[in-house]
Ligand binder design. Sequence first.
Ligand SMILES: [Zn+2]
Length: 79
Amino acid sequence: MLAYDENGNLREFEECENIVVCNHCKKLYRQRTEEQVPGFRDVDDDICPYCHESNGRSGDVEFHNEPLSDEEVKSLKKN
Ligand SMILES: [Zn+2]
């Protein structure tokens, strides 16, 4: 997947579970989703932790997004 590295260069990264790319700023972030409780479902937005734009929404899961450290971004780079 294509995203910006810690130096702001667009490059290819390894596909990794729970790691997604923001459609707006093209930065990598960690995403954990949690099933919503049936009967108490609410629409939750997938908000980028950097630019705070929405990358979609869901009525089934809740999104818990976190930015990655520079070290984590480096370790995901494709060689
Ligand atoms: Zn973003």
